[in-house]
Write a protein that binds this ligand. Structure first.
Ligand SMILES: *[C@@H]1O[C@H](CO)[C@@H](O)[C@H](O)[C@H]1NC(C)=O
Ligand SMILES: *[C@@H]1O[C@H](CO)[C@@H](O)[C@H](O)[C@H]1NC(C)=O
Ligand SMILES: *[C@@H]1O[C@H](CO)[C@@H](O)[C@H](O)[C@H]1NC(C)=O
Length: 150
């Protein structure tokens, strides 16, 4: 129910696995390397990895790692996760890229349409979930009404 979305054609997803502990049934996949940046994981135990969502080896990562975080990033080309450069700094350069956020006009509540209409000339203030909170009006005030003219 959010007005904001990640346009599929412009983002890919990286998965951050933090503090992963492997054992005899879930081995550390040999071809992927842990990241060296400890500030992600903190002083806790385990290894941390950053992988493209379509390159995650099978296994119960959710149980093995203390945190699993999905991150939208600017769409990237081929990534060679076995290359040492990926875990060193490759992932960081992907994270630093800006990415696009979509604004779904058709999900706008009626009060927002009214607020931003030609009579009112306001800007809609809305909650995280897209609900109308107030109309930000040209006179610098916030009207709880949906129209700056009223
Ligand atoms: C190994 O780790 C996995 C994932 O955390 C867990 O599901 C499984 O029970 C563990 N197996 C053993 C033998 O500890
Ligand atoms: C990926 O990197 C590894 C390690 O440097 C290399 O051996 C392999 O040829 C690379 N794969 C591709 C498809 O470039
Ligand atoms: C935009 O919002 C409409 C109405 O809420 C919804 O049906 C549609 O799926 C949304 N489009 C995107 C790209 O999120």
């Amino acid at each position: 129910g959010s007005l904001l979305y990640f346009p599929d054609s412009t983002v890919d997803y990286l998965i951050l696995f933090i503090g992963c502990i492997f054992n005899s049934t879930f081995h550390q996949p040999s071809y992927i390397r842990p990241i060296s940046c400890e500030s992600f994981a903190g002083p806790g135990p385990g290894l941390s990895f950053v992988l493209p969502d379509d390159a995650v080896p099978a296994g119960n990562w959710v149980q093995a790692c203390s945190q699993v975080i999905q991150l939208p990033v600017h769409k990237y080309g081929e990534i060679n996760v076995t290359h040492p450069g990926w875990a060193n700094s490759g992932y960081a350069s992907v994270l630093r890229q800006e990415f696009q956020l979509g604004w779904n006009e058709s999900g706008k509540p009626p009060a927002c349409i009214q607020c931003e209409g030609s009579n009112s000339k306001g800007r809609c203030g809305h909650s995280r979930t897209g609900d109308f909170i107030g109309c930000l009006c040209p006179d610098g005030r916030v009207h709880s009404d949906d129209n700056c003219d009223k």
